[in-house]
Structure formats: structure tokens, C-alpha cells
Design a protein around this ligand. Structure first.
Ligand code: URA
Length: 479
């Protein structure tokens, strides 16, 4: 019979549970003497509060993987989870050090199931939260989501990293998370009516979804597994599903008819090569010379890899090499590069101390007679090239990254980045690196000559003043 009771507030909080569990262990209270209150109703529980007990022994020692498991399990709604974790803690601290490796143990198995369910729910939240703009407010977004478990505190940092540059709130029935552009906050639950209804972005999202929907690959069972129906009501694209599903048969038939008319040609499966294991900039550069991860290597003269000292504290990321870069094999040597040099010089920044690279490392162009006209890289080119950029960042470890233009900004900050709204604003990347984006120097060059170009140039120089503020300190560190 239990003589003691314990309350964890809030019931998903790892630290709160640890404090109580540690006090119970130190007071020598065995798992079967203890009743856990999973819902904050302590007054209904009989017995003596665990926290009032005097310690009779030292704090328990448990391995870090137990604490990681506990962090997940606590987010589950199962009312028995606190007691289950305490039983595990008790057994591990009492000498069963390898307990978590025994997958056949009933407690270990149950904890694993709960952790997995929390993992799945967290994944769904990352995939199915849809922000809607708050009417009348600039850059403020609210999303409504109904998680199965207590996962808001666990998943909110992901959204803070992903949408660092906007103000947002995620409302759920039991808890809300807020991000004001610099700090995360949490509040009570809300109702669906507290979030704005449909907006223009929903319509855009639906158009996109209808366009990418491939009826021939329709697998309703997989679809409901991956996107359970309970989330559909909050997804703008889900409204299209009944129509798209109903039309799928006819559309597949139409596709099959079209294929029957087309000449039969076997399209080889596209295989994206993994990156080689090269370490250090010279080895990475050599490996990138052979890159075939997308088709751009073929018409291009060569790979244009980044250049600059490996100790550089500032990394500049551009879009892709242009004609001059393609021929010379060096980034930012053509007209855009010269304009960039001039803008750097106004702030007294020495280009030789920067590491300059591009989001895409082959020139994409269209041949018109003898001229090679620049074409914007596609998302697939950026994605294929991204691992190279990641390796450059991991190798150089810059303190500051400056993105020139939207392609570079999206490669660094993610697809949702809006250059003209977010330019010249400091952000923090996941690893703490400071970064901001500004326009691309070739955008300045594309402005009509005269006042428009002068203004564009001046705004570019002004944006780089952000860099100038920190450049001295960052450059000193590299000298
Ligand atoms: N534009 C870029 O983005 N990069 C270069 O290297 C040259 C022009």
C-alpha cells in the first residue's frame, strides 16, 4: 500500500520530475510505497508528500541515456509514466546498471513505447504546423495545433530555430509557445478560435499542393498513416484531398494514355552521389572538382569552390559563379565581385581575410549565340550542392556568415526566408553562428543606371555596415 504521494508540476517537466524522484530515492521510498499524480491534483492523493521527507542516503546515479529516455517519456499522456520512470530509476540506481539494454524487460519495453509515441507526435507537429499571418500585423504568425501528447515545450525550440526571423505563436489546447524574435515563452492552453482563420498563404499552399500531387503515386493507406486524418482539419491542403483522391483514377488513366502515345525511352533513376570523406579545405576543393551530384557540371567549365583562409572568421555566401568565375575557377572575380570589393572597401574590410563561396558551385547558363546568359539555379541544384556548403562551414567555422541574395539566404536559413523583409537582420544559426542576408551585388548591377542603381548600391553598403560593426573583432581573431 502506498504511504507517500508525489506531484510533478508541470507533469511533463523533466527537472520537476527529477527533483521529486531524487527526493524519494534519497528518503529511501520504494516504488510501491509511492503514488504519483500525473495531473496536478495532489490534494486528492492520500499519503505524505515525498518532498517533506528527510534524506537518508546520497542522490542516485543514473546513466545519461536514462535521462534522455525520461525526457521523452514524461511528455506522454499516460498517467502511469511517472511511476514507471521511478521504478526504472530505482532499479538502475540499486545496481541494475545495464537495465535499459534489456529490451525484453516489461518496464523498459513500456518506456520505449511511450518514448516512440512522443517521437512520432513531435514529428507530426514539425510537419503539420501551419502558421497563419495575424491580420493587421507585420510578420506575426499564429498556428493552431492539437498534439496527442505534452510535446509543445519539447518541439518549440525547433520552430524557434527554423523561424528565427519572424514573430510567432503556436496555440494548443493545453499550452502555447511564443517567439518574439529573440526569446521563447510559454503560456496556457487556447482554443482553435484564438488562431486566425484561412489566409492568402493557405490558398498559395493549396495551389502548390495541387500542382505537386501525383495521382499515379497515390497510396491512400500510406497517406493516412503519414498524415493522420485528425490533422487534416488544420491543414489548408487537406481540403483538396477529397477532390484529388476522387479524380486520381481518371488522372492516372489520362497519364497512362499519354505515355502510350509517347516514344518509350527508359529514364535512368537519378542517383545522387554521397559526398566523399575529404577533410580540410584543399581535400574538399579537390573532391568538389569531380562533383556530379547534379547536371550542372556538364556544360560548366569547372567547379568554382570557395576561397579564402581556413581561419577566416567571416564567410560570404553568394548564389553561384558567373561567366568570369566559371572561366577563372575563382568566386567573385567578375563584375558582381568587383562591386562587392568596392562596397567592402568603403567599410575598410579586407577581402583577403574573408572566406568567399557560393550556394551552388557550377555556373548555370543559357547559350545564346556566343553569349552565356546567367540562369538562376533551381532548388534541386541548391539542394545537391548544399552538403558542400555545409562542409565548408563545418571546416572554416566562421563566426559570421553573410548571405548575398535570396538563393544564398535560403541555402543558409531555409526555404521560408524572405530577403526583402528580412535583409540586414542578425540571425543565429543552430550552432550559434551569427548571420544576416543582404541583396546580391548583381541585383544592384541590374538596376537601371543612375539614381536607381545608386540607391540600390547605397542600401547594399548600408547593410554591410552591420558586418563592419563586428568585422574588426572577428578579423582580429583570425590574425
Ligand atoms: N555571383 C555570385 O553569387 N558568386 C560569384 O562567385 C559571382 C557572382
Amino acid at each position: 500500500m502506498s504511504t507517500f504521494h508525489a506531484t510533478v508540476t508541470p507533469p511533463w517537466d523533466e527537472r520537476a520530475w527529477r527533483d521529486v524522484a531524487r527526493a524519494a530515492w534519497r528518503a529511501g521510498i520504494a516504488p510501491d510505497q509511492l503514488t504519483w499524480d500525473g495531473d496536478g491534483q495532489a490534494s486528492l492523493l492520500a499519503g505524505v508528500d515525498v518532498l517533506a521527507q528527510a534524506p537518508v542516503r546520497l542522490a542516485p546515479h543514473v546513466p545519461p541515456d536514462f535521462l534522455a529516455l525520461a525526457g521523452s517519456v514524461l511528455c506522454h499522456r499516460d498517467a502511469q509514466r511517472h511511476g514507471l520512470l521511478y521504478r526504472l530509476l530505482w532499479r538502475i540506481a540499486s545496481g541494475e546498471r545495464a537495465l535499459l539494454e534489456r529490451e525484453t524487460d516489461a518496464d523498459v519495453r513500456r518506456a520505449g513505447e511511450l518514448a516512440k509515441a512522443v517521437g512520432r507526435d513531435s514529428h507530426k507537429m514539425k510537419a503539420f504546423v501551419r502558421f497563419r499571418e495575424v491580420p493587421g500585423e507585420r510578420d506575426a504568425f499564429v498556428a493552431w495545433f492539437e498534439p496527442e501528447h505534452f510535446i509543445v515545450d519539447r518541439v518549440a525550440p525547433f520552430f524557434a530555430r527554423r523561424f528565427a526571423g519572424m514573430r510567432w505563436a503556436i496555440l494548443t489546447p493545453y499550452r502555447s509557445a511564443f517567439w518574439d524574435g529573440s526569446a521563447l515563452g510559454f503560456g496556457g492552453g487556447a482554443t482553435r478560435g484564438d488562431a486566425p482563420a484561412d489566409d492568402a498563404q493557405d490558398a498559395l499552399w493549396r495551389t502548390y499542393y495541387a500542382n505537386i500531387f501525383n495521382p499515379a503515386r497515390l497510396n491512400p493507406r500510406m497517406m493516412t498513416q503519414e498524415m493522420p486524418q485528425k490533422y487534416w482539419k488544420n491543414l489548408p491542403e487537406a481540403r483538396l484531398l477529397p477532390t484529388l483522391l476522387a479524380e486520381a483514377g481518371a488522372r492516372v488513366q489520362a497519364m497512362a494514355d499519354r505515355e502510350a502515345e509517347a516514344p518509350r525511352r527508359r529514364i535512368p533513376e537519378r542517383v545522387v552521389e554521397p559526398l566523399p570523406r575529404a577533410e580540410g579545405l584543399p581535400a574538399l576543393r579537390a573532391a568538389a572538382r569531380e562533383c556530379r551530384r547534379c547536371e550542372l557540371w556538364q556544360p560548366a567549365t569547372q567547379t568554382v569552390f570557395g576561397e579564402g583562409p581556413s581561419s577566416a572568421r567571416i564567410m560570404i555566401v553568394g548564389e553561384q559563379p558567373g561567366d568570369a568565375e566559371d572561366l577563372s575557377g575563382r568566386p567573385f572575380v567578375g563584375p558582381a565581385g568587383q562591386l562587392f570589393d568596392r562596397a567592402l572597401a568603403t567599410h575598410g574590410i579586407d577581402r583577403a581575410r574573408l572566406y568567399l563561396t557560393n550556394a551552388v558551385k557550377h555556373f548555370r547558363f543559357e547559350q545564346r549565340g556566343k553569349r552565356r546568359l546567367h540562369r538562376n539555379p533551381a532548388v534541386s541544384h541548391m539542394q545537391a550542392c548544399r552538403p558542400w556548403l555545409e562542409r565548408e562551414i563545418a571546416t572554416v567555422k566562421p563566426r559570421i556568415i553573410v548571405c548575398l541574395g535570396a538563393t544564398a539566404a535560403r541555402a543558409v536559413f531555409g526555404a521560408g526566408f524572405k530577403l526583402m523583409e528580412q535583409r540586414a537582420t542578425w540571425m543565429r544559426l543552430d550552432d550559434g553562428t551569427r548571420a544576416f542576408a543582404t541583396v546580391h551585388p548583381s541585383w544592384v548591377l541590374r538596376q537601371a543606371s543612375g539614381e536607381a542603381r545608386d540607391t540600390a548600391y547605397q542600401s547594399f553598403v548600408d547593410d554591410l555596415a552591420l558586418l563592419a560593426e563586428l568585422a574588426d573583432a572577428a578579423q582580429d581573431a583570425s590574425s
